[in-house]
Design a protein around this ligand. Structure first.
Ligand code: HC1
Length: 575
């Protein structure tokens, strides 16, 4: 560590740190707009400027390295005036319709304008580009009139996800973010992951808001409106109501959904248990038939779309299992509807998902077991939070309630689906037990846990090695596929891939945390820890032990992999 001085006080920070990192480590906040740790470190917006003794011009703290004895000033009049001027320049072309902006109250630009007394006066009116709205994609919309050209979205798409379907078009005053040849996002090979949205500091890009469709269904006396919530929502929804990151709010989430008027509040986790039973069965069939290997998981629709668009040669390796969201819809509109005597055409199925690609998934072909779409609308965590606010529910003061029966009780294995490695561990719990028997089967497969982008493990089962790999974030998945699998460097039998880095807990539909938070805490680790502690607290931790899973196989589906199970719970893929 070396000594530096910030605003006249002595501090220590590791050599090689930037001024921003050194200040942060000593609890001094320097504002940023373009900078996002490990994603966008380009020093372009000049909001983070500070003074350094002996250096004539102000320097950008996000890229400027500290030196022994450096004297830094972050709070001088000169610094404040420079930041204010930068904000005024940004505002001069920013569409200042803040009142009902989807990010109002959670906009990083708005927060800085407040801190630096930048008001929305008429003097910001001037020439404007008046960009057209891009609403060509199913999952999101883009309003470039609110874009501040920080390029965080471009970095998320390119650096993290290796998709690169957006970039800066044109030069100078008409520079804008878009796709090649000005195609709409719905016309290019975007995988709908939404990682650009959670990186955006303003309301320039956001999920396609479908709350109105759900309000309408709730108002319609003809509709039986059922909601299911993905594994990770319970540990992230609280953030939208200022609760600490990683707090499990399952009880209040259920209470809120009930008060919004849903006829049944069910848990996607139940279907995650079905996914495991079906997928483990598929894996064991491949073990018996010698492949094709590796088997890839198929529950992340961003990954499935990537596979179809960029690696169609791997389609035969994709598990044919629908995702838990879709399995849930299929079971609700068939088994549950028959059991309860409800006409499936009247059931309106809503998924609350941490994922914008789920909005695309519900529109896929071959996802309508009852003859109607398995799921009607997928809302993100953020949209649910807006519905709760609009309904005037004081989230933190709601009582804790339980999911409805019978589709509300799942095993621990289902909870961990929401974190990278969780689907693999859940599948191994079931598959290995079927191979070695109950007594000898381990419960924990800790080698596949943790937030590394690529993880590998080998398990010796009945005298043979089973090689598994886990990747999260498409950039990591691409590396795994192109550098290890396709080169033949390694032979894997089973591979889990999640489209978002860290898995669904870090999905593109989760509450947006500003750079000030993302730069200082490990959001994904905190959220994941909450899911693993739920798993540990459960008595039943293997999907096939779930009483409701066993009952529905007995009553309806016959057996894992049966014809009926295939008709309801499996799907197909195409280029
Ligand atoms: Fe996921 Fe899944 S875990 S895909 O990561 O298999 O979105 O949370 O709902 O469907 O169960 C997401 C999360 C989610 C599905 C499940």
């Amino acid at each position: 560590e070396i000594e530096i001085f910030i605003n006249g006080q002595s501090y220590y920070a590791p050599e090689g740190s930037t001024i921003l990192q050194a200040a942060k480590a000593n609890h001094i906040e320097i504002p940023t707009l373009c900078y996002l740790k490990e994603i966008n470190e380009i020093g372009a917006c000049r909001i983070c400027v500070v003074e350094v003794a002996g250096v004539k011009n102000l320097v950008t703290a996000c890229v400027y390295p500290i030196k022994e004895g450096m004297e830094i000033t972050t709070n001088s009049k000169r610094v404040f005036e420079s930041r204010k001027l930068t904000l005024e320049l940004i505002l001069s072309t920013h569409e200042r319709k803040c009142l009902s902006c989807i990010r109002s109250g959670n906009c990083e630009l708005q927060k800085l304008c407040k801190e630096f007394n930048v008001d929305d006066e008429d003097y910001y009116n001037g020439e404007n580009n008046n960009w057209e709205f891009d609403d060509t994609a199913v999952h999101m919309v883009r309003n470039n009139n609110k874009c501040i050209l920080c390029k965080r979205c471009v970095a998320a798409c390119d650096k993290c996800q290796a998709i690169s379907v957006i970039g800066a078009n044109d030069r100078g005053f008409t520079t804008h973010i878009g796709s090649a040849y000005e195609l709409g996002l719905g016309e290019v090979a975007c995988i709908s992951c939404g990682q650009c949205i959670v990186a955006c500091p303003t309301g320039a890009i956001h999920e396609r808001d479908q709350t109105e469709e759900v309000w309408q269904a709730l108002e319609d006396p003809e509709k039986y409106v059922v909601v299911q919530t993905a594994p990770s929502i319970r540990v992230t929804l609280g953030e939208a109501f200022d609760l600490p990151i990683g707090t499990n709010m399952e009880g209040k989430m259920v209470a809120a959904l009930r008060r919004l008027g849903f006829n049944k509040v069910f848990d996607t986790n139940v279907a995650a248990d079905f996914t495991i039973v079906e997928e483990a069965n598929e894996f064991l069939e491949r073990v018996n038939n010698n492949g094709p290997f590796p088997l890839f998981t198929s529950c992340s629709p961003g990954w499935v779309k990537y596979c179809e668009s960029y690696h169609p040669e791997l389609i035969p390796n994709l598990s044919s299992c629908k995702s838990p969201q879709q399995m849930f819809g299929a079971l609700t509109k068939t088994w549950y509807a028959e059991k309860m005597g409800i006409d499936p055409s009247k059931i309106f199925m809503v998924g609350i998902m941490p994922c914008t690609a789920k909005k695309f998934e519900v529109t896929r072909e071959d996802e309508s077991a009852a003859g109607y779409p398995d799921v009607d609308v997928a809302l993100t965590t953020r949209e649910l939070a807006r519905m709760i606010d609009k309904a005037g529910l004081q989230f933190a003061n709601l009582p804790d309630e339980s999911f409805d029966n019978p589709l509300g009780d799942a095993t621990g294995a289902a909870y961990i689906f929401g974190a990278t490695g969780g689907v693999m561990e859940a599948a191994l719990r079931t598959a290995v037990e079927r191979l070695v028997g109950t007594q000898a089967a381990p419960l924990d497969f800790k080698e596949v846990r943790g937030l590394a982008g690529i993880k590998e493990a080998t398990y010796r089962i009945n005298g043979a090695d089973i090689n598994v790999a886990v990747a999260s974030g498409i950039g990591n998945a691409k590396r795994l596929i192109e550098e290890r699998i396709e080169t033949g460097e390694k032979t894997y039998h089973f591979v889990e891939i999640m489209g978002c880095p860290g898995g669904c807990i870090n999905g593109g539909g989760q509450p947006v945390q500003p750079a000030s938070v993302r730069n200082s805490v490990d959001l994904t680790a905190l959220r994941a820890a909450a899911l693993y502690s739920e798993d540990e607290a459960k008595t039943l931790r293997r999907s096939h032990e779930s009483p409701v899973v066993q009952k529905i196989y007995e009553e309806y589906l016959e057996a894992p992999g049966s014809l009926k199970a295939h008709h309801l719970l499996h799907t197909s893929y195409h280029e």
